[in-house]
Write a protein that binds this ligand. Structure first.
Ligand SMILES: Nc1ncnc2c1ncn2[C@@H]1O[C@H](COP(=O)(O)OP(=O)(O)OP(=O)(O)O)[C@@H](O)[C@H]1O
Ligand SMILES: [Mg+2]
Length: 240
């Protein structure tokens, strides 16, 4: 479980998040929505302990990320996997190497075991025949899949997706949504999805937290979100 308690974050005197409270339940899917620049990524970076807030706490399974020493923070961070918007693959490494690198850096596993894990994860995301392709030869959807395979090699308990379907055509976006749902079920992880994509929200039907003007203006189920009376929620839901 992730508990955000009275979190306030400012940059150069400008407050981005003010007194935010949010609970992300274990093994569920939570979708974070809100307009561009409202602080979604800042909230995710805070969860990873990459930002120091003005005030507040973030507890990951009871441990406050802002008061951990480096060793404890690294241990807690290993529970989290982050899927970045741009996929962030290393251009000089092939698909296999991109996924294997994480394991080589963070585990002491022998080469054949690394090879088994990497193959299994790449097969899982539907890239069984693509091991030796370079990132430049991949489509946007394939890059996302590689990034997903890489995100799950260390068996995270939490997967954070930052705009996983943005910029993909609807069919590929649907495949990525299916894959997120598959991973969620298969590994029993806690999934956190930051998105603007109404179609993605409708397909996933997770818990929803909406940020507007520094605050959480909605926190509840997808069904309640659809029928909520808050002006910003209504505007968001009726957008398309
Ligand atoms: N390291 C930083 N230093 C200064 N300001 C920052 C920093 N990181 C974020 N901000 C500011 O905080 C605000 C929220 O940014 P954030 O990236 O969280 O928005 P977002 O909701 O993720 O937007 P988008 O949907 O476009 O990704 C913005 O005004 C941004 O300029
Ligand atoms: Mg962002």
């Amino acid at each position: 479980m992730i508990e955000v308690k009275n979190l306030t974050v400012s940059f150069d005197g400008k407050t981005v998040l003010e007194n935010i409270n949010l609970t992300i339940s274990k093994n569920e899917i939570t979708i974070i929505v809100g307009q561009s620049g409202c602080g979604k990524s800042v909230l995710m970076k805070s969860i990873e302990g990459l930002i120091t807030p003005d005030t507040g706490k973030i507890l990951i399974d009871g441990m406050n990320v802002f008061s951990l020493n480096r060793k404890e923070l690294n241990k807690t961070r290993r529970k989290l996997a982050m899927l970045f918007q741009g996929s962030a693959l290393l251009d000089s490494l092939n698909v296999y190497q991109n996924v294997a690198l994480t394991l080589m850096e963070h585990s002491k596993l022998p080469e054949d075991e690394i090879s088994n894990i990497v193959s299994e994860k790449l097969e899982l995301v539907g890239l069984a025949d693509t091991f030796y392709k370079m990132p430049a030869e991949l489509s946007g959807g394939m890059k996302k899949r590689v990034a997903l395979a890489r995100a799950i090699v260390l068996q995270p308990e939490y997967i954070i997706y930052d705009e996983p379907t943005t910029g993909l055509d609807p069919i590929i976006a649907d495949e990525i949504i299916n894959l997120m749902l598959k991973l969620h079920r298969k590994y029993n992880v806690t999934s956190i999805i930051v998105t603007h994509d109404l179609h993605c929200i409708q397909r996933i039907e997770g818990n929803i937290a909406m940020i507007h003007d520094k605050k959480i203006v909605f926190d509840g189920t997808y069904n309640d979100f659809k029928n909520d009376n808050n002006d910003y929620v209504k505007k968001f839901v009726s957008r398309n």
